[in-house]
Design a protein around this ligand. Sequence first.
Ligand code: COA
Length: 258
Amino acid sequence: MSTPAQDILVHHEHGVTTITFNRVSKKNSFTASMYTQMADALDNAKADAATRVLVFQGDVAIFSAGNDISDFLNNPPTTQDAPVFRFLRCLATFPKPMLAAVCGPAVGVGTTLLFHCDLVYAGDNAAFSMPFVNLGVCPEAGSSLLAPQMLGYHRAAEALLLGEPFMAEAALEVGLVNRVVPPTECNMLAQMQAKKLAAKSLASLMETKRLLKKTNADELLARIDEEAASFGRMLGEPAAKEAFTAFMEKRVPDFSKL
Ligand code: COA
């Protein structure tokens, strides 16, 4: 079993910083400690002149199962300074190009972090889902703002209200991913594209990204905070407690009396 320090790997090469999710035994679900490590890595990459591009990647069979559900039960993020919310703010304001290589399930924040990436490559086994309602909570990471913009309102409402997975080809069709490839080629493709970007003018890349993201810049941070306040409150309510307990007990949740 990996120690917490190895659950996130950070590698730097040729101007590209790569953050690898490395908690495969728990399907790369994110603990508070992992969010802190990722936020630190984003802060360092932002400040480090040698980093020009950032890449997120997981395993060939799993990108991320989202937030660690036992953490939701035992260590819920109820205040804005919780590691998850710090990570989301770092993600939303990261000024350099950010790429992701997604294979296998991308659940919850595993999908919503992609809304902040500039380029997304997917293995043909990628499955995206945002099952917040199924867990008795609400959208996070600005997804209530970004999902309708990126997917269109009705697709976003379907993905966020029903919470059912959609596959790589559907994600390609709506523009959530740039290209779909065999899973074994996905990380290599993202690295190849990252290296191309790293060879370009950083000032030009950053100014282009700033302009591309300008429309949402202020509203996005306000929305992330508003979602976080609702999410934190809902974590303590009976529906979420039933959903998380059911997951840990490997049974279907019973919302009939809630
Ligand atoms: N938090 C904590 N543990 C998790 C987890 C999560 N989000 N997702 C998976 N795990 C753990 C399982 O409890 C299991 O642990 P165990 O071996 O000690 O029993 C292990 O990872 C393997 O998970 P399993 O469900 O058996 O794998 P699978 O291949 O059948 O399914 C997923 C993979 C990702 C589809 C499924 O694990 C899943 O739906 N996870 C929950 C996703 C979720 O709701 N995330 C929260 C979003 S806000």
